[in-house]
Design a protein around this ligand. Structure first.
Ligand code: NAG
Ligand code: NAG
Ligand code: NAG
Length: 730
């Protein structure tokens, strides 16, 4: 050891430290070129994958199967086509949706009827009044039952008797709209998204005529021309049954119990009614009704409002009956047809990036997390940080520079990501307001860096940190997509719990990206732009909450990470460090003398030591009692025990080393391998904490004042040159 010439150098300036650290970081990145290339390629790979999938979907959607149907209307003699025409009349059900419809067809208004096997009957478990038994089901001839209630029973019954006008003459299908408006037609098909095509009139389906009593001659198959579309129709009679119930609650109860259910055998059992009427307080002066109808008659749960298409006839039945009741059976109120509004031709659109984007992009953005984390843990594992501190790097500059460095790295990465995504035309990026996106990513990358700093305190091995980091990335993405997403979309799930889940940064990222995706997707479908600043106040938009959560979390995590780092730099395991930091204030106040009492137990050893050692020990004891400025280093009974692992006994590396080195002296330490030279130097430079005892460098304790000691010290570690060299200057 050298306590040399006397000219003390001050700590390096900020710019020097920044410069050196930056060079070191760049060097590190250059060495990890392969990893860096992979990380840069990953987003590009995912984006390209998205584009390819999107292309495949677009091609599939663009197939004639989904394009408005066309047909040749004017074929030349040689078989070539002179004129093709496109439109609804040439389309299948799949194609209709994309046709332009300047004059929508008129359709008779129908009532929704339950399918033959689920129409209400009287069974043992549900013995409803007035219903036929099981036999009608076997024959497929069950009536369509309607429940009726009201304040005035006689009035309600006489009105409901008029609900299904009986057919007086055979149906005349040349004027099918007029003919069907005078009676009640119904269908058990599921309605379409829009009433551009009424599925009841497509081949293979049956049009039911609801009658008070069925006559056998009504069943027929008719061919007729509905405007432009030639139709083939099976017409059948179905008996309409009006059942009086005493109160609204009874009607509710019977409707409820009849709901289709999956029974043990796996077969569906149902006892469904077609509709229910409550004539409330209807009298001669006013018609007052409420109607029960089933809005779930649709394959597509997202569009339950479709079933409303078959409600107009139910209303008309009641008003028609009422006017007959008031003015006699000669007066009618007819609903001739229903007709949708005209529409232009559309193209099916499906934006995959908005749908899958949230998951893919969560992975891409989070990918930087393990990079930052492993870097930080690597510095710790390789003791690079301590080395740098020995060479004059202070904590403040280290943090500022490292943070700025990773921020710059993340910002460039995110910027490239947005630019690349926009360039290849992903709606996810182009549809949403760029300023919101930039603010969101800006906040998130800050949070992510803070999180990495925080997490780094808990790892000491790069391998474990890497594994945990990547598990976090892929796990939080998948959990976001398959758990959080369902909670978000489930309106009954408490919003508070979603906020709690979003405290996990991966989830808040997923939620934000999910919102971008949703806005881009619905924007694409409706031909408008995605998320704007004004949308932040939409009640379903979780973006504002996410932004707030992330900012708060960042403000908490960063100081916490800094604190943990400070504590851990004192050496030893984290738990121990936490304890030390709590006791820290007391210990700093303690004087040298206190430590000289701490080693009474080692007296026995002293007796057996050789005279030189004993003499040195006495010098140290004397110095501790009367501190003198003449000694650069005082080692007081410094001991290091490595605890045995896997059943091996503990190994005593340094045994109670006492040493006093005057200033201006050069001290060399010789010894065979395993004598404890390196352990001693490691303790002196703060790499490992002493098991007991301590040492003082210029009066500063190596257990607590390492940061100040570093400004006076230089070390050349063994693994580079085969010998340790430690230099303290005064
Ligand atoms: C029920 O309606 C009938 C027919 O309009 C009427 O004659 C009778 O007074 C009403 N009964 C009550 C209790 O209002
Ligand atoms: C309403 O319609 C759905 C779908 O067809 C059916 O499962 C359900 O049983 C119906 N509910 C009632 C009360 O009839
Ligand atoms: C609804 O489902 C039935 C049977 O599951 C099917 O035959 C029918 O085509 C579907 N309708 C629509 C509009 O998808």
């Amino acid at each position: 050891m050298d306590s040399s010439t006397g000219s003390s150098r001050g700590p390096a300036g900020f710019s020097t430290q920044a410069n050196a650290l930056l060079r070191k970081n760049l060097c590190f990145q250059k060495r990890n070129l392969k990893t860096n290339v992979c990380i840069t390629l990953f987003p590009i790979l995912l984006c390209v994958l998205l584009v390819l999938l999107q292309g495949a979907i677009d091609r599939e959607i663009d197939k004639p199967k989904y394009r408005c149907g066309c047909a040749c209307v004017d074929a030349a003699a040689d078989g070539t086509c002179r004129r093709t025409e496109c439109g609804v009349q040439y389309s299948t059900l799949d194609q209709v949706a994309s046709c332009p419809i300047p004059t929508p067809p008129r359709w008779p208004a129908l009532v929704q009827l339950p399918t033959p096997e689920s129409r209400a009957i009287s069974i043992a478990s549900q013995p409803f009044d007035g219903l036929p038994g099981q036999t009608c089901r076997d024959a497929g001839s069950c009536p369509a039952a309607f429940l009726v209630t009201g304040a005035n029973r006689s009035l309600a019954e006489s009105l409901s008797g008029q609900l299904f006008p009986a057919l007086s003459s055979p149906l005349n299908f040349t004027d099918y709209l007029g003919a069907l408006s005078k009676i009640v037609p119904g269908s058990d098909t599921t309605p379409e998204f829009r009433q551009l095509l009424e599925p009841a009139f497509t081949p293979g389906n049956t049009l039911y005529i609801v009658q008070p009593q069925c006559r056998s001659n009504l069943s027929q198959t008719v061919l007729f021309n509905a405007g432009i579309i030639p139709l083939q129709l099976n017409v059948e009679c179905i008996q309409g049954l009006m059942l009086w119930r005493e109160s609204e609650s009874i009607v509710n109860d019977e409707l409820f119990r009849g709901y289709r259910q999956q029974r043990e055998s796996g077969r569906e059992k149902a006892n469904e009614f077609a509709a229910g009427y409550n004539f409330l307080s209807t009298n001669k002066d006013s018609l007052d009704i409420s109607i029960w109808f089933n809005s779930t008659y649709s394959n597509n749960t997202a569009f339950t409002e479709i079933a409303l298409l078959r409600v107009p006839r139910l209303v008309n039945m009641a008003s028609n009956a009422y006017i007959k009741f008031l003015r006699g059976s000669g007066v009618e109120m007819l609903l001739e047809y229903v007709k949708d509004m005209p529409k232009v031709g559309t193209k099916l659109k499906f934006d995959l990036s908005s749908l899958l984007g949230a998951l893919f992009f969560t992975w891409i953005v989070e990918l930087l997390f393990p990079v930052v984390l492993t870097y930080l843990v690597y510095e710790k594992q390789q003791k690079l940080k301590i080395m740098m501190k020995m060479h004059g790097l202070k904590d403040g500059p280290y943090w500022m520079i490292t943070y700025t460095y990773f921020f710059a790295l993340s910002a460039v990465y995110m910027l490239l990501f947005i630019i690349f995504g926009s360039m290849i035309g992903l709606r996810f990026f182009t549809a949403n307001n760029y300023s919101i996106q930039i603010v969101f990513y800006f906040i998130y990358i800050n949070l992510q860096i803070a999180l990495a700093f925080f997490a780094a305190s808990f790892f000491s091995s790069v391998k474990i940190a890497t594994v945990v980091g990547y598990i976090y990335v892929f796990g939080s993405g998948l959990l976001g997509a398959f758990l959080l997403r369902f909670f978000v979309e489930d309106n009954s799930f408490p919003k508070g719990w979603i906020v709690v889940m979003e405290i996990i940064p991966g989830f808040s990222l997923y939620r934000g990206l999910y919102e971008f995706g949703q806005y881009a997707f619905s924007g694409t479908a409706m031909g408008i732009s995605g998320m704007e600043w004004t949308n932040l106040s939409d009640p379903v938009n979780g973006m504002r909450t996410v932004l707030i959560i992330m900012v708060i979390e960042w403000a908490i995590l960063l100081p916490l990470a800094f604190y943990l780092d400070q504590v851990s730099s004192l050496g030893g395991g984290l738990r121990k460090r936490l304890l030390i930091s709590l006791k820290c204030f007391k210990k700093r106040a303690a004087s040298f003398r206190r430590y000289s009492f701490g080693r009474q137990g080692s007296k026995v050893v002293v007796e057996m030591e050789n005279p030189d050692t004993t003499q040195e020990r006495e010098v140290v004891e004397q110095l501790l009692l009367e501190p003198s400025a003449n000694h650069a280093i005082i080692s007081d009974n410094l001991t290091k025990v490595y605890h045995g692992k896997d059943g091996n006994p503990d190994k005593l590396a340094v045994r109670g080393l006492s040493l006093a080195l005057p200033k201006g002296q050069c001290f060399g330490m010789l010894g065979p391998n395993g004598a404890g030279k390196t352990s001693f130097i490691s303790m002196m430079i703060g790499l490992i904490p002493p098991t007991s005892g301590t040492a003082y460098v210029h009066g500063m304790d190596i257990r607590t004042d390492m940061n100040e000691i570093y400004t006076n010290m230089g070390v050349c570690p063994q693994h580079e040159y085969g010998l340790d060299l430690m230099i303290f200057s005064v």
